[in-house]
Design a protein around this ligand. Structure first.
Ligand code: PMM
Length: 286
Protein backbone atom coordinates (compact mmCIF):
# COMPACT_ATOMS: atom_id res chain seq x y z
CA UNK A 1 0.00 0.00 0.00
CA UNK A 2 1.22 3.50 -0.84
CA UNK A 3 1.00 6.48 1.48
CA UNK A 4 -2.17 8.40 0.75
CA UNK A 5 -2.29 11.30 -1.59
CA UNK A 6 -4.98 13.74 -0.45
CA UNK A 7 -5.34 16.61 -2.93
CA UNK A 8 -6.56 19.78 -1.17
CA UNK A 9 -7.78 23.13 -2.49
CA UNK A 10 -6.05 26.51 -2.06
CA UNK A 11 -7.67 28.98 0.29
CA UNK A 12 -7.71 27.03 3.56
CA UNK A 13 -6.31 28.28 6.85
CA UNK A 14 -2.74 27.09 7.34
CA UNK A 15 -3.53 24.60 10.12
CA UNK A 16 -5.84 22.70 7.75
CA UNK A 17 -3.88 23.22 4.53
CA UNK A 18 -0.90 21.34 5.92
CA UNK A 19 -2.65 18.36 7.52
CA UNK A 20 -2.34 15.94 4.60
CA UNK A 21 -5.27 13.78 5.72
CA UNK A 22 -8.97 13.70 4.94
CA UNK A 23 -10.78 16.50 6.80
CA UNK A 24 -14.03 16.15 8.73
CA UNK A 25 -16.70 18.75 8.04
CA UNK A 26 -19.30 18.84 10.81
CA UNK A 27 -22.84 19.65 9.69
CA UNK A 28 -24.69 22.49 11.34
CA UNK A 29 -28.14 22.84 9.85
CA UNK A 30 -29.77 25.97 11.25
CA UNK A 31 -33.13 24.94 9.83
CA UNK A 32 -36.39 23.60 11.21
CA UNK A 33 -36.57 20.76 8.65
CA UNK A 34 -33.34 19.17 7.37
CA UNK A 35 -32.57 15.52 6.51
CA UNK A 36 -31.90 14.44 10.05
CA UNK A 37 -30.95 17.13 12.56
CA UNK A 38 -33.64 19.62 11.58
CA UNK A 39 -35.04 21.68 14.40
CA UNK A 40 -32.38 20.87 16.95
CA UNK A 41 -30.21 23.92 16.35
CA UNK A 42 -32.58 26.60 15.17
CA UNK A 43 -31.54 29.25 17.69
CA UNK A 44 -28.10 30.88 17.27
CA UNK A 45 -27.12 29.86 20.81
CA UNK A 46 -28.10 26.23 20.29
CA UNK A 47 -26.34 26.13 16.93
CA UNK A 48 -23.12 27.64 18.28
CA UNK A 49 -23.06 25.19 21.20
CA UNK A 50 -23.55 22.28 18.81
CA UNK A 51 -20.75 23.52 16.54
CA UNK A 52 -18.38 23.73 19.52
CA UNK A 53 -19.27 20.14 20.42
CA UNK A 54 -18.55 19.01 16.84
CA UNK A 55 -15.14 20.70 16.93
CA UNK A 56 -14.36 19.19 20.34
CA UNK A 57 -15.24 15.80 18.85
CA UNK A 58 -12.74 16.22 16.00
CA UNK A 59 -14.47 18.21 13.25
CA UNK A 60 -12.03 20.37 11.27
CA UNK A 61 -14.63 22.54 9.53
CA UNK A 62 -18.21 23.54 10.38
CA UNK A 63 -20.67 23.70 7.47
CA UNK A 64 -23.47 26.15 8.30
CA UNK A 65 -26.68 25.81 6.31
CA UNK A 66 -29.95 27.75 6.56
CA UNK A 67 -31.94 26.08 3.81
CA UNK A 68 -32.98 22.43 3.88
CA UNK A 69 -32.22 20.35 0.80
CA UNK A 70 -34.15 17.32 2.06
CA UNK A 71 -36.02 15.61 -0.83
CA UNK A 72 -39.28 17.48 -1.38
CA UNK A 73 -38.22 20.54 0.65
CA UNK A 74 -39.58 23.96 -0.33
CA UNK A 75 -37.21 26.92 -0.71
CA UNK A 76 -36.57 29.40 2.08
CA UNK A 77 -36.73 33.17 1.41
CA UNK A 78 -33.26 34.74 0.98
CA UNK A 79 -33.72 37.12 3.94
CA UNK A 80 -34.75 34.27 6.20
CA UNK A 81 -31.77 32.16 5.08
CA UNK A 82 -29.36 35.03 5.80
CA UNK A 83 -31.03 35.75 9.15
CA UNK A 84 -30.52 32.13 10.21
CA UNK A 85 -26.90 31.67 9.19
CA UNK A 86 -25.05 34.99 9.50
CA UNK A 87 -24.96 35.35 13.31
CA UNK A 88 -23.79 31.75 13.57
CA UNK A 89 -21.06 32.16 10.92
CA UNK A 90 -19.86 35.35 12.62
CA UNK A 91 -19.69 33.79 16.08
CA UNK A 92 -17.91 30.62 14.96
CA UNK A 93 -15.38 32.46 12.79
CA UNK A 94 -14.63 34.77 15.73
CA UNK A 95 -13.70 31.67 17.74
CA UNK A 96 -11.18 30.67 15.07
CA UNK A 97 -13.33 27.85 13.69
CA UNK A 98 -13.01 27.20 9.94
CA UNK A 99 -16.51 27.90 8.59
CA UNK A 100 -18.15 26.73 5.38
CA UNK A 101 -21.43 28.27 4.18
CA UNK A 102 -23.89 25.82 2.64
CA UNK A 103 -25.92 27.97 0.26
CA UNK A 104 -27.10 28.12 -3.34
CA UNK A 105 -27.47 31.91 -3.20
CA UNK A 106 -24.63 34.21 -4.28
CA UNK A 107 -25.82 36.98 -1.99
CA UNK A 108 -25.87 34.75 1.08
CA UNK A 109 -22.45 33.37 0.14
CA UNK A 110 -20.99 36.89 -0.14
CA UNK A 111 -22.48 37.95 3.20
CA UNK A 112 -21.24 34.77 4.87
CA UNK A 113 -17.70 35.27 3.54
CA UNK A 114 -17.81 38.84 4.83
CA UNK A 115 -18.88 37.38 8.19
CA UNK A 116 -15.90 34.98 8.24
CA UNK A 117 -16.67 31.90 6.13
CA UNK A 118 -13.72 30.63 4.05
CA UNK A 119 -15.55 27.90 2.11
CA UNK A 120 -18.63 28.31 -0.10
CA UNK A 121 -20.48 24.99 -0.35
CA UNK A 122 -22.97 25.24 -3.20
CA UNK A 123 -25.00 22.04 -3.60
CA UNK A 124 -26.08 23.26 -7.03
CA UNK A 125 -22.51 23.71 -8.28
CA UNK A 126 -23.37 27.25 -9.38
CA UNK A 127 -26.46 26.21 -11.35
CA UNK A 128 -29.16 27.57 -9.02
CA UNK A 129 -27.85 31.14 -8.97
CA UNK A 130 -26.02 32.34 -12.10
CA UNK A 131 -24.24 35.00 -10.02
CA UNK A 132 -22.53 32.45 -7.77
CA UNK A 133 -19.30 32.00 -9.78
CA UNK A 134 -18.54 35.71 -10.25
CA UNK A 135 -19.53 36.46 -6.65
CA UNK A 136 -17.24 33.78 -5.22
CA UNK A 137 -14.42 34.92 -7.50
CA UNK A 138 -14.77 38.51 -6.29
CA UNK A 139 -15.13 37.68 -2.59
CA UNK A 140 -12.17 37.85 -0.20
CA UNK A 141 -12.06 35.82 3.00
CA UNK A 142 -10.36 36.83 6.24
CA UNK A 143 -7.26 35.20 4.76
CA UNK A 144 -7.24 37.85 2.01
CA UNK A 145 -7.97 35.43 -0.83
CA UNK A 146 -11.11 34.13 -2.56
CA UNK A 147 -12.96 31.29 -0.80
CA UNK A 148 -12.72 27.59 -1.52
CA UNK A 149 -15.77 26.60 -3.62
CA UNK A 150 -17.35 23.16 -3.25
CA UNK A 151 -19.29 22.32 -6.40
CA UNK A 152 -21.76 19.49 -5.99
CA UNK A 153 -23.48 17.52 -8.77
CA UNK A 154 -27.08 18.75 -8.93
CA UNK A 155 -29.92 18.53 -11.39
CA UNK A 156 -32.82 20.43 -9.82
CA UNK A 157 -34.21 21.83 -6.60
CA UNK A 158 -35.28 19.38 -3.88
CA UNK A 159 -38.98 19.66 -4.68
CA UNK A 160 -38.46 17.98 -8.07
CA UNK A 161 -35.09 16.22 -7.99
CA UNK A 162 -36.34 12.68 -7.28
CA UNK A 163 -38.06 12.55 -10.69
CA UNK A 164 -34.67 13.15 -12.33
CA UNK A 165 -32.84 10.14 -10.88
CA UNK A 166 -32.11 8.49 -14.22
CA UNK A 167 -28.69 7.86 -15.73
CA UNK A 168 -27.29 5.91 -18.66
CA UNK A 169 -23.98 5.41 -16.89
CA UNK A 170 -24.21 6.94 -13.43
CA UNK A 171 -20.56 7.69 -12.71
CA UNK A 172 -19.76 8.90 -16.19
CA UNK A 173 -22.91 11.05 -16.44
CA UNK A 174 -22.32 12.62 -13.02
CA UNK A 175 -18.67 13.34 -13.81
CA UNK A 176 -19.60 14.88 -17.16
CA UNK A 177 -22.38 17.08 -15.76
CA UNK A 178 -20.33 18.12 -12.75
CA UNK A 179 -17.38 18.82 -15.03
CA UNK A 180 -19.57 21.18 -17.08
CA UNK A 181 -20.76 23.01 -13.95
CA UNK A 182 -17.15 23.36 -12.82
CA UNK A 183 -16.12 24.76 -16.20
CA UNK A 184 -18.88 27.35 -15.93
CA UNK A 185 -17.61 28.38 -12.48
CA UNK A 186 -14.11 28.71 -13.88
CA UNK A 187 -15.41 30.76 -16.81
CA UNK A 188 -17.00 33.09 -14.23
CA UNK A 189 -13.59 33.61 -12.62
CA UNK A 190 -13.27 30.92 -9.92
CA UNK A 191 -9.71 29.61 -9.89
CA UNK A 192 -9.47 25.88 -10.50
CA UNK A 193 -7.07 25.50 -7.57
CA UNK A 194 -9.87 26.60 -5.19
CA UNK A 195 -12.49 24.16 -6.44
CA UNK A 196 -13.65 20.92 -4.83
CA UNK A 197 -15.87 18.32 -6.57
CA UNK A 198 -18.72 16.49 -4.82
CA UNK A 199 -20.84 13.75 -6.49
CA UNK A 200 -23.96 14.85 -4.55
CA UNK A 201 -25.04 11.54 -3.01
CA UNK A 202 -28.83 11.46 -2.61
CA UNK A 203 -29.46 14.42 -4.93
CA UNK A 204 -31.45 13.10 -7.91
CA UNK A 205 -29.95 9.69 -7.08
CA UNK A 206 -31.35 6.50 -5.63
CA UNK A 207 -29.44 4.05 -3.42
CA UNK A 208 -27.98 2.15 -6.37
CA UNK A 209 -26.69 5.37 -7.93
CA UNK A 210 -25.06 6.38 -4.64
CA UNK A 211 -23.26 3.04 -4.15
CA UNK A 212 -22.19 3.08 -7.78
CA UNK A 213 -20.69 6.57 -7.45
CA UNK A 214 -18.70 5.48 -4.40
CA UNK A 215 -17.53 2.31 -6.15
CA UNK A 216 -16.46 4.10 -9.31
CA UNK A 217 -14.29 6.62 -7.49
CA UNK A 218 -11.83 6.97 -10.35
CA UNK A 219 -14.49 8.46 -12.64
CA UNK A 220 -14.94 11.31 -10.18
CA UNK A 221 -11.23 11.58 -9.43
CA UNK A 222 -10.79 11.96 -13.19
CA UNK A 223 -12.07 15.53 -12.82
CA UNK A 224 -8.68 16.24 -11.25
CA UNK A 225 -10.05 18.09 -8.22
CA UNK A 226 -10.10 17.41 -4.47
CA UNK A 227 -13.22 15.40 -3.56
CA UNK A 228 -15.84 15.91 -0.86
CA UNK A 229 -18.27 13.14 0.08
CA UNK A 230 -21.59 13.80 1.83
CA UNK A 231 -23.17 10.47 2.72
CA UNK A 232 -24.10 11.21 6.31
CA UNK A 233 -27.42 9.73 7.49
CA UNK A 234 -28.83 9.74 3.97
CA UNK A 235 -31.58 7.25 3.21
CA UNK A 236 -29.29 4.81 1.37
CA UNK A 237 -27.17 4.43 4.51
CA UNK A 238 -30.20 2.91 6.28
CA UNK A 239 -30.74 0.30 3.58
CA UNK A 240 -28.05 -1.94 5.07
CA UNK A 241 -30.18 -2.36 8.19
CA UNK A 242 -27.44 -0.86 10.36
CA UNK A 243 -27.26 2.38 12.30
CA UNK A 244 -26.93 5.29 9.84
CA UNK A 245 -24.06 6.90 11.73
CA UNK A 246 -22.14 3.61 11.81
CA UNK A 247 -22.59 3.20 8.05
CA UNK A 248 -21.56 6.84 7.58
CA UNK A 249 -18.34 6.22 9.52
CA UNK A 250 -17.61 3.19 7.35
CA UNK A 251 -18.10 5.32 4.23
CA UNK A 252 -15.73 7.87 5.78
CA UNK A 253 -13.03 5.22 6.20
CA UNK A 254 -13.53 4.10 2.60
CA UNK A 255 -13.45 7.69 1.30
CA UNK A 256 -10.30 8.48 3.28
CA UNK A 257 -8.62 5.42 1.85
CA UNK A 258 -9.54 6.58 -1.65
CA UNK A 259 -8.01 9.99 -0.94
CA UNK A 260 -11.10 12.18 -0.34
CA UNK A 261 -10.21 15.71 0.75
CA UNK A 262 -13.19 15.96 3.10
CA UNK A 263 -16.25 14.15 4.42
CA UNK A 264 -19.39 16.03 5.52
CA UNK A 265 -20.95 14.36 8.57
CA UNK A 266 -23.43 14.87 11.39
CA UNK A 267 -21.67 12.60 13.89
CA UNK A 268 -18.08 13.83 14.26
CA UNK A 269 -16.42 11.34 16.67
CA UNK A 270 -16.63 8.19 14.55
CA UNK A 271 -15.58 9.92 11.31
CA UNK A 272 -12.77 11.76 13.09
CA UNK A 273 -11.52 8.39 14.36
CA UNK A 274 -11.86 6.87 10.89
CA UNK A 275 -9.82 9.55 9.08
CA UNK A 276 -7.10 9.41 11.75
CA UNK A 277 -7.00 5.63 11.59
CA UNK A 278 -6.55 5.65 7.83
CA UNK A 279 -3.87 8.34 8.22
CA UNK A 280 -2.02 6.21 10.79
CA UNK A 281 -2.09 3.13 8.57
CA UNK A 282 -1.00 5.12 5.49
CA UNK A 283 1.82 6.65 7.52
CA UNK A 284 3.29 3.19 8.04
CA UNK A 285 3.18 2.14 4.42
CA UNK A 286 6.31 1.94 2.35
N1 PMM B 1 -25.86 17.13 1.44
C1 PMM B 1 -26.78 17.89 2.07
C2 PMM B 1 -26.55 19.27 2.25
N2 PMM B 1 -25.41 19.85 1.81
N3 PMM B 1 -23.34 19.68 0.71
C3 PMM B 1 -22.42 18.95 0.06
N4 PMM B 1 -21.31 19.53 -0.40
N5 PMM B 1 -22.60 17.60 -0.15
C4 PMM B 1 -23.72 16.95 0.27
O1 PMM B 1 -23.82 15.73 0.03
C5 PMM B 1 -24.72 17.70 0.96
C6 PMM B 1 -24.49 19.08 1.17
C7 PMM B 1 -28.03 17.28 2.57
O2 PMM B 1 -27.86 16.67 3.82
P1 PMM B 1 -28.35 17.29 5.24
O3 PMM B 1 -29.72 17.88 5.01
O4 PMM B 1 -28.36 16.12 6.16
O5 PMM B 1 -27.39 18.33 5.65
Amino acid sequence: MHPLSVPAPDGLPEHLASLGRTLVMGILNVTPDSFSDGGEHDTPEGAIAHARALVAAGADIIDVGGESTRPGAARVAPDEEARRVLPVVRALAAEGICVSIDTMRAEVAAEAVAAGAVIVNDVSGGLADPAMGATAARARTVLGAPPVVVAMHWRAHSATMNALAEYDDTARDVARELGAAIEALEAAGVERSRLVADPGLGFAKDATHNWELLARWDDLAGLGLPILIGASRKRFTAALGQDRDDVTAAITAYSALRGAWCVRVHDAPASAAAVRTVEAIAGHAR
